[in-house]
Design a protein around this ligand. Structure first.
Ligand SMILES: NC(=O)c1ccc[n+]([C@@H]2O[C@H](COP(=O)([O-])OP(=O)(O)OC[C@H]3O[C@@H](n4cnc5c(N)ncnc54)[C@H](O)[C@@H]3O)[C@@H](O)[C@H]2O)c1
Ligand SMILES: O=P(O)(O)OC[C@H](O)CO
Length: 337
C-alpha cells in the first residue's frame, strides 16, 4: 500500500517512520525543499527530527501531486492554519476514494472550524479521519510506547485506520466523537501554553495541576456546547494529551509558554521554539469560539489577554485566583445539594 504524507515536519516524519517500518510505501512532501534530500539521501530529517533513521521505503518528492498519486491514504501533517492552503493545492489531484487523515491540532482562525471541517469543505465525499492523543514525535519515532485515538464519522474507516496504523509500540483506539477528539487535541495546546507561562513565572506543581484540571473543565464545557461527548475529554485526546503537553519538555507549546512567563515576547518565544506553536493561533480562535458559543473559558481568556492585549502574566494569574467563588462541578452541586 502507498501512503502520501503532506508535511515532513516533526510529526509527519515520525508517522512516516512508523508506517515505513510497517512496510508501507510512504511518500512525503513538504514545501520546505531542503527536507527532500534529507529524507531521500541522508535518511534523517535533520531540520525537524534529528537522530532518527528514516526507513528506505520512506521517500520524499518535490511535487505535491506526486505525493498523492496512487496513495490509498493522504495524511495531512501540517500546521492547522496551513490546511486550507494545502487543500487548495490538492483539490485537483485527490480522487474520491482516497482517505484523508488530519493530524493537525487546532481551530481555524476566522472560520472557527475544526480542521476536519476545513478538509471536508474541499473533499465533501472523501472519507475523512483525525488522529489525536498524547504523542510527541521525538518519542513515537523512537518506538516509545504511545497510545492515541482515531476518529471518523465512519466506524469502518476508523477501524481500517486503526488496523493500518497500529503497531506493538503505537496503539490506536477508535472513538466516534470527532468533535470531542479534535477539540481536545486543539485546545489542550492553549492550556499547555498557560501551564508553561506558570512554570516560567516560577509557580509550582500545584498551580500547574490547577491549570490542567480547570483547563480540561473549560475544554469539556466548550466541547459539550459544540455537541461532543463529555467522556471523550477523560480520554487520550482530552486529559491524556493535556497531561503530556503540560508536563513534557518536548512540548513546543509548553516551552513557548515558559519563555513568555520568563519575560520574552510571544514573537521571541515562537522564534526560539522554531517548530509550530499551535496554541498561539488556537488561543485566538478558541477565545472567539467561546464568545460565539457563550461558554465561559477563564483560562483561555486570561491567556488571550496575556498574548494579545499585553496583560502582565502575574496579574492574569491573580485575577484568575480572585474570580467569584463557585462550585467545582456545577452539575454535581445541583444534583447533590
Ligand atoms: N510534533 C508532534 O509531536 C505532534 C504530535 C501530534 C500532533 N502534532 C500536530 O501536527 C501538526 C504539524 O506539527 P509538526 O509538529 O509536524 O510541526 P513542525 O513545525 O515540526 O512542521 C510543520 C511542517 O509543515 C510545513 N508547513 C508549514 N506551513 C506550511 C504551509 N503553509 N504549507 C505547506 N506546508 C507547511 C513546514 O514546512 C514543516 O515541515 C500540528 O498541528 C501539530 O499540533 C504534532
Ligand atoms: O509539542 P506540542 O506542544 O505542539 O504538542 C505536540 C503533540 O500535540 C503532543 O501530543
Amino acid at each position: 500500500m502507498r501512503i502520501g504524507i503532506i508535511g515532513a515536519g516533526s510529526w509527519g516524519t515520525a508517522v512516516g517512520i512508523i508506517l515505513g517500518k510497517k512496510g508501507y510505501e510512504v511518500v512525503m512532501w513538504d514545501r520546505n525543499k531542503e527536507i527532500i534530500p534529507q529524507i531521500n539521501v541522508s535518511k534523517e530529517n535533520l531540520t525537524y527530527l534529528p537522530g532518527v533513521l528514516i526507513p528506505s521505503n520512506v521517500t520524499a518528492v518535490e511535487k505535491i501531486e506526486d505525493c498523492v498519486a496512487g496513495a490509498e491514504f493522504i495524511i495531512l501533517a501540517i500546521p492547522s492554519q496551513a490546511v486550507r492552503i494545502v487543500c487548495k493545492q490538492l483539490v485537483n489531484y485527490v480522487k474520491e476514494e482516497q482517505i484523508l487523515v488530519s493530524l493537525a491540532k487546532g481551530i481555524e482562525i476566522g472560520t472557527l472550524k475544526r480542521i476536519s471541517e476545513v478538509v471536508e469543505e474541499f473533499f465533501p465525499t472523501n472519507p475523512i479521519a483525525v488522529l489525536s492523543g498524547p504523542s510527541h514525535a521525538e518519542e513515537v519515532s523512537r518506538d516509545i510506547p504511545t497510545t492515541i485515538a482515531v476518529s471518523s464519522k465512519s466506524k469502518e474507516i476508523a477501524e481500517y485506520i486503526q488496523d493500518v496504523f497500529i503497531t506493538p509500540k503505537f496503539r490506536i483506539y477508535t472513538n466516534p466523537d470527532i468533535v470531542g477528539v479534535e477539540l481536545g487535541g486543539a485546545v489542550k495546546n492553549v492550556i499547555a501554553l498557560a501551564a508553561g507561562v506558570s512554570d516560567g513565572l516560577g509557580y509550582g506543581d500545584n498551580t500547574k495541576a490547577a491549570l490542567m484540571t480547570r483547563g480540561i473543565a473549560e475544554i469539556a464545557r466548550l466541547g459539550v456546547a459544540l455537541g461532543a461527548e463529555p467522556l471523550t475529554f477523560a480520554g487520550l485526546s482530552g486529559i491524556g494529551d493535556l497531561i503530556v503537553t503540560c508536563t513534557s519538555m518536548h512540548s513546543r507549546n509548553r516551552r513557548a509558554g515558559i519563555l513568555i512567563g520568563q519575560g520574552k515576547t510571544m514573537e521571541e518565544a515562537v522564534a526560539e521554539v522554531k517548530m509550530v506553536v499551535e496554541g498561539i493561533n488556537t488561543t485566538k480562535s478558541t477565545y472567539e469560539l467561546a464568545k460565539k458559543m457563550n461558554v465561559e473559558m477563564p483560562i483561555v481568556t486570561a491567556l488571550y489577554n496575556v498574548l494579545f492585549n499585553n496583560k502582565d502574566a502575574k496579574v492574569a494569574v491573580s485575577e484568575l485566583m480572585l474570580r467569584d467563588k463557585t462550585h467545582e462541578i456545577e452539575e454535581v452541586a445541583q444534583k447533590m445539594w
